[in-house]
Design a protein around this ligand. Structure first.
Ligand SMILES: Cc1cc2nc3c(=O)[nH]c(=O)nc-3n(C[C@H](O)[C@H](O)[C@H](O)COP(=O)(O)OP(=O)(O)OC[C@H]3O[C@@H](n4cnc5c(N)ncnc54)[C@H](O)[C@@H]3O)c2cc1C
Length: 197
């Protein structure tokens, strides 16, 4: 099936994309990897009159460390995340999750920002980013119509020491001793918030 006719735009800056969005309002949709929006358009479940492609907008892709935080551009593909050496070392759950998404074609085109904006409850990134307490710029609480996801940021993990302590078995209420251990801890960190502001 073919989508309904639409006007296609490829802005070169975020400002241009936002101006197109405000010009065309509810008749417009941004597009990133096209892996969710185009199937919806082909089934005519989405019929935007104006489609604004974000792929030429600079600085929306890539994975970088900023002040101890990991920041991932919204247009970074699943494949780039899957292959990132930085993420393999620092936060391997991300490449692992990316490798389970769809097939190579979907992973080469689909983006983390598109997946979060699409917000399919069965998708991988919404679950992973929720579990990691990720900060998502522009959709901290909810994504309003016309908002653009520009950055997906993560805090850092570090190994902390848990001291031995006395406790109680929650089922039997008997006193127990809890051994000291090394445990992973997550630190969202001021640096991450600063990086996103
Ligand atoms: C065959 C197939 C198998 C798949 N399997 C899986 C799977 O196993 N697990 C999984 O999680 N997903 C799966 N997907 C979905 C895939 O991950 C998509 O890539 C993802 O859901 C959408 O990303 P996209 O970049 O393609 O977004 P698009 O399709 O371009 O856009 C999707 C929606 O997000 C909006 N949007 C896109 N980018 C932005 C942005 N930066 N800011 C604001 N709004 C934006 C668009 O307007 C649109 O409403 C599959 C898809 C297909 C076709």
């Amino acid at each position: 099936m073919y989508p309904a006719p639409f006007e296609y735009y490829a802005p070169n800056t975020i400002a241009e994309a936002l101006s197109l969005l405000s010009q065309h309002g509810a008749d417009a949709k941004v597009i990133a990897g096209s892996q969710s929006l185009v199937p919806l358009m082909k089934f005519r479940l989405a019929t935007p009159a104006h489609v604004i492609d974000l792929r030429k907008v600079p600085n929306l892709t890539g994975i970088r460390e900023e002040g101890g935080a990991l920041v991932i551009g919204a247009l970074t593909t699943h494949r780039t995340i899957e292959r990132s050496e930085t993420l393999r070392k620092k936060l391997p759950i991300l490449p692992e999750a990316a490798s389970a998404i769809g097939d190579p074609q979907v992973r080469n085109q689909g983006t983390i920002g598109g997946s979060l904006a699409h917000a399919d409850p069965s998708a991988d990134w919404p679950a992973v980013t929720t579990a990691l307490d990720a900060t998502v710029n522009a959709i901290k609480a909810s994504l309003k119509k016309g908002d653009i996801v520009t950055l997906v940021g993560f805090g850092s993990f570090y190994v902390a020491k848990r001291n031995p302590r006395a406790g109680r078995n929650p089922r039997t209420n008997e006193p127990i001793k809890i051994k000291g251990a090394k445990v992973p801890k997550f630190r969202p960190g001021k640096a991450l918030k600063d990086a996103l502001n």
